[in-house]
Design a protein around this ligand. Structure first.
Ligand SMILES: Cc1cc2nc3c(=O)[nH]c(=O)nc-3n(C[C@H](O)[C@H](O)[C@H](O)COP(=O)(O)OP(=O)(O)OC[C@H]3O[C@@H](n4cnc5c(N)ncnc54)[C@H](O)[C@@H]3O)c2cc1C
Length: 257
């Protein structure tokens, strides 16, 4: 794990309210694994003392790519940063996704901006010779990652709430048919989506291994502040350092907000 002043290579709005950021960091690009994240200082010197967690969306030779939504003060501040400026970044942090060596067919399920870390996982899994189906849900077609940003060879299916692309409805409706042929499942999305999937875990996945990346409020990213503590079958865990990826069946979902 490193703390670096990284230089912004580019920072552009690629979908309405969603930004693609490239930063230079040779060491972080070498150390990163899918499902890990970085903590970014947004606007040092103001009331936003706490860093904001953002998943690693991709790596390239010499740096990291992030995909983030401008939802509040911190991420909106970030969206206004220009190439050439420096960002104070801590990472890579946390335990990411673990692909079972014997799993051949992977199902990745994304809700909204939850697609960010799953594209990195898809790329690495395809390189390792796995078959990857990515099922992504969004409110409208313009909130879906364009196919040009996906790795070649991926099987991509979409659901939109207004029916402007793919299946009309929630992404969870696409799970039963796609889960049937998967050996292992990986999910990232908003908490209501994760809870809905967890509630139907047994019927949707018939006890297949399912990993979820949890997006909870975090303070430090280092396991010091306990702000992100959750309850699991193995006792209390901190999402920032024990996660953010957990086995779905281990999480005590009823206690999560
Ligand atoms: C491990 C991890 C990885 C993440 N990866 C990404 C990513 O790749 N791309 C991305 O766009 N976002 C990601 N997030 C969510 C991101 O951290 C929050 O959107 C961000 O911290 C909001 O900060 P803000 O100052 O802009 O908003 P705030 O002013 O702090 O909050 C604005 C709104 O965002 C909500 N919010 C704040 N923090 C979170 C959070 N941690 N999770 C969900 N909602 C939150 C608040 O409830 C509020 O409604 C990730 C979160 C975690 C924990």
């Amino acid at each position: 794990m490193n703390q670096e002043l990284t230089q912004i290579i580019s920072n552009r709005e690629v979908m309405p309210g969603i930004f693609h950021l490239k930063v230079a960091s040779s060491q972080m690009s070498l150390d990163a694994r899918p499902g890990q994240y970085v903590m970014i200082t947004c606007d040092r010197g103001t009331e936003r003392l706490l860093r904001r967690p953002i998943s690693i969306h991709r790596t390239f030779d010499g740096g990291l790519e992030l995909l983030y939504a401008g939802v509040g003060g911190g991420t909106q501040w970030l969206s206004q940063r220009q190439s050439g400026e420096n960002l104070d970044i801590l990472g890579p942090l946390g335990h990411g996704f673990q692909v079972n060596p014997t799993a051949k067919n992977l199902l990745l399920v994304a809700g909204g901006i939850g697609i960010a870390p799953l594209i990195y996982l898809a790329e690495e899994a395809l390189k390792a010779g796995k078959n990857v189906t990515l099922v992504a849900g969004a409110r409208t077609a313009d909130q879906l990652v364009p196919t040009s940003r996906l790795p070649p060879g991926i099987d991509f299916k979409v659901a939109t709430e207004d029916g402007s692309a793919g299946y009309k409805g929630l992404v969870t409706a696409l799970l039963p048919e796609n889960a049937a042929k998967a050996d292992q499942v990986f999910i990232c999305g908003p908490m209501p989506m994760l809870k809905a999937i967890a509630a139907n875990y047994a019927s949707s996945f018939t006890d297949k291994p399912v990993q979820v990346s949890l997006e909870v409020r975090m303070g430090c990213g280092l396991g010091f502040c306990y702000a992100c503590t959750i309850n699991t079958a193995q006792g209390l865990k901190q999402v920032c350092k024990d996660g953010p990826v957990f086995e779905m069946s281990d999480v005590v979902w009823g206690e999560l907000k």
